[in-house]
Design a protein around this ligand. Structure first.
Ligand code: NAD
Ligand code: TDX
Length: 358
């Protein structure tokens, strides 16, 4: 099986590529190498004879058209996106460009190429679009978890742009018969996640003696899934689902942000105790909230469990243990990240006014 993966130098895309190579699949990775795209994430894939890389933008239609004709994939899996909600609040433009326009462009070129395949090739081809639970909006504490039938109610520029992409993907199935699939997943964590996201930020700030910023009062709830479980679910949907389907993927692991901060600091206390004997939780600091902060995400993953028997294999404790151990063993990776534009982002997002209520 030959797969064109987009955004494969990011957090989830790189985990997916490593998994696919281990299954003997051939992968062409198209990545623009944004601030979040890190070729080091695929260091161990680079020497595989089944791995190819193309540097470029999913919105570059000439490039995409050429790659499709040359590589002739059995599937396209679209991870490429701008992914950080806080950045989408500061500047929505790249989110519209990549997530909405870029995905639509990728679909148009895929359709143009797919139309000329043989009937058998057309039927077996899949375009799998990786999406998020954030398109469904925000739940209150006692509302039922999002199902595949939940209405789209995006509330941030990030989720609005992902919702637009999902609508384009669905429309290409309904209108042209392109065999598309969509997965909507909850919050991922694991190795190689860019440290603007909550869990790696907690781990790294704790180890570097910095404050652990909790937006608002820390009661906002997310559902957490270890990245390898997400990749397993993606592979399942890719290889087993009927075209036109959409699947929710989640960890059945709803936690408040404060609970996560205590889980991370508690585990760090065990694995790498602070030199002064105190707990890393002393570094927790409440800061100004994210504007329009969605209160709760929760995923009902019953459909993928019922249809294919998929369920997560990592508990939060085992996933956090593996994640923290990876960051401790890979300080060179972190050094590269922190020597780039990360510092500018950190200074902008956590500038003093955010810590004023300390
Ligand atoms: P990431 O930010 O770590 O990586 C994104 C990758 O996409 C980077 O390698 C970047 O260089 C690349 N990219 C960005 N713009 C591009 C463009 N125009 N053309 C080609 N490549 C481009 O993201 P992630 O956390 O790995 O998320 C991957 C996908 O999964 C996204 O679509 C995201 O919306 C979705 N998702 C993420 C989570 C999560 O918790 N991280 C949860 C659910 C869904
Ligand atoms: O410093 C922080 N302090 C804090 O309290 C950061 C960075 C986050 N938070 C809170 C905000 C959220 O309630 O932690 C929670 C998780 O925040 P993020 O890691 O920014 O993730 P979230 O906004 O939930 O979105 C994530 O999950 C869905 C991914 O970034 C998206 O790409 C994915 O689609």
């Amino acid at each position: 099986m030959k797969i064109l993966v987009t955004g494969g130098c990011g957090f989830i895309g790189s985990a997916f590529i490593l998994q696919q190579l281990s299954l003997g699949r051939t992968v062409l990775n198209l990545d623009v190498l944004s601030y979040a795209g890190n070729p080091e994430n695929l260091y161990s894939a680079a020497c595989s004879p089944n791995y190819y890389f193309a540097h470029g933008d999913i919105g570059d239609r000439v490039l995409v058209s050429g790659l499709l004709q040359e590589f002739c994939p059995d599937a396209v899996v679209n991870f490429a996106a701008e992914t950080h909600v806080d950045r989408s609040i500061v500047d929505p433009t790249p989110f519209f460009k990549t997530n909405a326009y870029g995905t639509a462009s990728l679909l148009i070129e895929t359709l143009n190429w797919w139309k000329n395949l043989s009937k058998a090739q057309r039927e077996s081809f899949r375009f799998l679009h990786i999406s998020t639970d954030e398109v469904f909006g925000s739940l209150s504490g006692d509302e039922a978890a999002f199902s595949e039938e939940s209405p789209y109610r995006p509330r941030s520029p990030y989720s609005a742009s992902k919702a637009a992409a999902d609508f384009y993907v669905r429309s290409f199935h309904e209108t042209y018969g392109l065999p598309t699939l969509i997965t909507n997943c909850s919050n991922n964590y694991g190795p190689r996640q860019y440290p603007e996201k909550f869990i790696p930020l907690l781990v790294i700030n704790a180890l570097q003696g910095k404050r652990l910023p909790i937006y608002g009062n820390g009661t906002n709830i997310r559902d957490w899934l270890y990245v390898e479980d997400h990749c397993q679910a993606i592979d399942t949907v890719l290889t087993r689902s009927r075209p036109g389907e959409t699947y929710n993927i989640g960890g059945n692991c709803e936690k408040s942000n404060l609970d996560i901060a205590y889980a991370v600091t508690g585990m760090l206390d065990e694995i790498k105790p602070r030199a002064d004997g105190k707990s890393y939780s002393d570094q927790i600091a409440f800061v100004k909230d994210r504007p329009g902060h969605d209160f709760r995400y929760a995923i009902n993953a019953e459909k993928i469990r019922r249809d294919f028997g998929w369920k997560p294999t990592h508990s939060l404790a085992s996933g956090l243990h593996d994640t923290i151990s990876w960051y401790l063993a890979n300080d060179g990776w972190l050094e590269t990240i922190q020597s780039r534009s990360y510092k500018d982002w950190y200074e902008l997002n956590y500038a003093e006014p955010r810590f004023e209520d300390e």
